[in-house]
Design a binder for this molecule. Sequence first.
Ligand code: SF4
Ligand code: SF4
Length: 100
Amino acid sequence: MTRVNAELLKTVEASGEFNAVACMNCGTCTALCPLGLTNLPREIFRDVVLGLEEKVLANVETVFSCLLCRMCQVNCPAEVKIADNVRTLRVHLNKTLHHL
Ligand code: SF4
Ligand code: SF4
């Protein structure tokens, strides 16, 4: 059974800005990503918001593979600061993985 960490979003936000709730799941980011990332940002950000920590941890490689090119961010209709969120998530994961 999947465990929910109700504090996950708050913990991630302690590492920087993380504004993902405005995402309307339109798919523009996925269509434009030069790496063809399919689960970043939409799925992984949603997992953070929902506290699905195990799913986030299962996608660490994807989070660190993002080029931070901002192609997705500048075209996001919901103005989700995608690359900035990825940066914040990396800082959070660096702290967390250190303690696993
Ligand atoms: S482009 Fe923005 S609103 Fe659309 S799915 Fe991606 S993050 Fe969400
Ligand atoms: S910032 Fe990352 S997720 Fe967004 S388009 Fe560039 S490589 Fe893809």
